[in-house]
Design a binder for this molecule. Structure first.
Ligand SMILES: [Cu+2]
Length: 131
């Protein structure tokens, strides 16, 4: 009986170690991911409405669901799509982000405020501030 308990406790500590190692690997991965600028999207919206990046950086758009998105320069204004490209904005012309996938846009080489929108989801706007 005692032997069995010992075995179980050793097994448990090994499992704990394995999980701890796993947790470390996961946090390392997410740390390196977050060093690039990412904006996540659910099925119909950007999860954050705006992001600030540095001049020369690109932006990675990540679809967290099976829904694809088609991104372009412009904005939704009260339900109406208003395509518009600010001077200095990188050209974003119907860039498709597939479901559960990511796409990089940019680089944003000029400081300023740039608007992007998803052409298939009314109201799905993102403001990119480049410093
Ligand atoms: Cu969309």
């Amino acid at each position: 009986m005692l032997k069995k308990l010992l075995f179980i406790s050793i097994l448990f500590s090994m499992l704990t170690f394995a999980f701890a190692a796993c947790g470390d690997a996961t946090s390392n991965t997410s740390a390196s991911n977050s060093s690039g600028s990412q904006v996540h999207m659910d099925s119909t919206t950007f999860i954050q409405p705006s992001i600030t990046i540095k001049k020369g950086e690109s932006l990675t758009l990540v679809s967290d669901t099976v829904t694809p998105h088609i991104i372009a320069n412009g904005t939704w204004d009260q339900g109406t799509a208003k395509p518009a490209k600010e001077s200095g904005a990188p050209e974003v012309k119907d860039v498709q982000v597939n479901g559960n996938s990511s796409t990089s846009i940019g680089p944003f080489n000029t400081a300023g405020t740039f608007k992007l929108y998803c052409t298939i989801h009314p109201g799905m706007n993102l403001t990119v501030t480049v410093q």
